[in-house]
Design a protein. Sequence first.
Length: 360
Amino acid sequence: MFKALNLWLGSYIRNRPLKLPEEGDIHILIAICDHFEPLHKADLQKALERCKIWKAKLPLITARFHDSDGIPPRHTFFYPIEQYKPQILDELKEICDKTGAETEVHLHHDSDTESSLEEKLTIGINNLRKHGFLSVDNIGKVRYGFIHGNWAIANSHPQRLFCGVDNEIDVLARTGCYADFTMPSAPNPTQSRVINSIYYIKNDGKPRPIDRGEVVCVKTRDNEHESGLKLLAVQGPLGLNWQWRKYGIFPRIENGDLTAANPPTPTRFNVWVRLHIHVVGRPEWIFIKLHTHGGIEKNFNMLLEVPMFKFHSFLKDFSVRNPRFKYHYVSAREMVNIIHAAEDGLVGNPHHYRNYRYKR
């Protein structure tokens, strides 16, 4: 169907966003999750040149802008582990050390079995650890965030392309994945039927378990339950933007993708806030997970220059004009820590929970 509307439009129509609380502070948490592929249509030398541009320009942004807590913009690179090149990872480490950015796991794969997938993940995780990436939990186990290449997590493609493993969720959870950040993928046909949600995916032996799950809500720690392997899914915004219409008639699809043709703008920001992705029971914390492909020139010129400067300036002005609204730049890991803090019933400024469960 056109733009995969058959998969998600019904859910979008049925589930009206919750209204924002009328009193108290509203905290907006913004994470940029980058499908970072500097080797895309490039050799190693070209890829390294791309990384050097990031190394030169991202510190200019982090030095210039700060959120309501005084934290500079965060960027999370999801690096494709099947394209391991030590020279690129060394460059990425320098970028992260200078800017507070972080690096997580991205993987393109196809026709795998459970065992071959686990082997690829294990090798890739160990390679990233060699360069000082990823995080640990409170017992010292290595943990990682994940984005699936070609969006096809757990055989979500209608032809089962670009994966091969129905129970991929179990493999990810078993190897230390703390959350999946793949969705939304619309207009791709891998798009899940669940949208604008933070929820637990649990493998049920069928492909596309992303279409089913348990929404994350506030609960007391005494009532916390863990039954079998499950994986947190953190979705970005997906809906219709009626303020920006194609041919002046049709609303455009808003999927949180940051591109040269569609940079972040105040209009898009308003849609992201209105879609109101949150932990049920904590409506004053709004989670905006955006994505991009920042390894290629047309996108990183947007991410590192004037369009992004304008967006950061807008956020500051917006917060000044609307003092109830506090904005927080977070990495993917920090966003998940704050989600778990909300789940455990914690309140107040989410800034305090950036390292709640997983630490660099």
